[in-house]
Write a protein that binds this ligand. Structure first.
Ligand SMILES: Cc1cc2nc3c(=O)[nH]c(=O)nc-3n(C[C@H](O)[C@H](O)[C@H](O)COP(=O)(O)O)c2cc1C
Length: 306
């Protein structure tokens, strides 16, 4: 490797990525939708939209609304279901030129584990992300708000697949460190921190909720300091790698998460504004490393100064 080219490679459990920038689940579809706009092969990895066993139509519209510094969504895990995912979406994703992390959600520990097992024979999947933290479906938050359930679901999945397991945590808890430790105890290889923050918005003309679901998940720049604090807190309490998520739109935002203790980051809502946001973040991290004469991005992780 050229000594003047910063080394962007990172390791998440057994998975090595060419750089630390991933796309966040639900904001990048199944890759295909944005392939004309984004060179997918340059991404650290694609995390695809949550897949459930059966297809889901999601919640009734309106399912998104704008907020002063971000958006709220209550999509409700609309997805094509496992069979159609394997048949129609996987072939494109496995040829995208980068790593693929499949995000899954189940109704019970057994359902989560069965989903993991049902993907074992599929080639081209590099890791699984367990979405135990969706705020927009009934009982979606049950797993991620109770350490006993968190550990149990991760344990069940750990026994069902040899693949690296990333566990996506909810910020809607009193102390995320308790849940982070439970996920680590269950056998997680990395933690994705975090999903959206539950919010509420009212249309004052009609005095009705702006989202048909009532509440929604807040994402975007508004949550960045909150998510950053969650990552920092997790980093102090677990030994496994952390993937920072929440309002990341620029390289500087991503650098904050890395310095706070993340080994990688995901870009979500920013992609809706600038489809190439993740690629810009990768470029900017490289420039920062060169400017500061830092050989590897791995040196930044947890490098917060007192
Ligand atoms: C429209 C929308 C749909 C989402 N769908 C999912 C999903 O299916 N599964 C999941 O794990 N997270 C989902 N998320 C959460 C994101 O992956 C991410 O955790 C969150 O938006 C915070 O990151 P951001 O502020 O960069 O968007 C969704 C977010 C948005 C905005």
């Amino acid at each position: 490797m050229n000594p003047h080219t910063p080394d962007l490679r990172v390791r998440l459990g057994a998975l090595e990525l060419q750089n630390p920038v991933l796309t966040a689940s639900g904001t990048f579809g199944y890759g295909e939708e944005v392939a004309d706009l984004v060179d997918l092969s340059k991404l650290g990895a694609i995390v695809c939209k949550t897949v459930t066993r059966l297809p889901r139509a999601g919640n009734a519209p309106p399912r998104t609304c704008e907020t002063p510094a971000g958006m709220m969504n209550a999509i409700g895990l609309q997805n094509v279901g496992l069979a159609a995912f394997k048949r129609d979406k996987l072939p494109f994703l496995r040829d995208s030129g980068t790593k693929l992390i499949v995000n899954i959600a189940g109704d019970s520990s057994e359902d989560f584990a069965a989903l993991c097992a049902d993907l074992n024979d599929e080639e081209g999947i590099d890791a699984l992300e367990l979405n135990i933290s969706c705020p927009n479906v009934a009982h979606g938050l049950d797993f991620a708000t109770d350490p006993i359930q968190t550990e149990a679901v991760v344990k069940a999945c750990r026994a069902a697949t040899p693949r690296p397991l990333f566990v996506k945590l909810s910020p809607n808890v009193t102390d995320i460190a308790v849940i982070a430790r439970a996920a680590q105890e269950g056998g997680a290889d990395a933690l994705s921190v975090c999903n959206t923050f539950v919010g509420f918005a009212i249309d004052t003309r009609t005095r009705r909720p702006r989202l048909s679901n009532g509440t929604g998940g807040l994402s975007g720049p508004a949550i960045r300091p909150l998510a950053l604090r969650a990552v920092w807190r997790c980093a102090q309490n677990v030994q496994i790698p952390i993937i920072g998520i929440g309002g990341i739109a620029t390289a500087n935002d991503a650098l904050e998460f890395l310095i706070a203790g993340a080994s990688a980051v995901q870009v979500g809502t920013a992609t809706f504004v600038r489809p190439n946001a993740a690629l810009e973040v990768i470029e900017g991290i490289g420039e920062y490393l060169s400017q500061h004469e830092i050989a590897s991005v791995r040196e930044l992780t947890g490098s917060l100064q007192a």
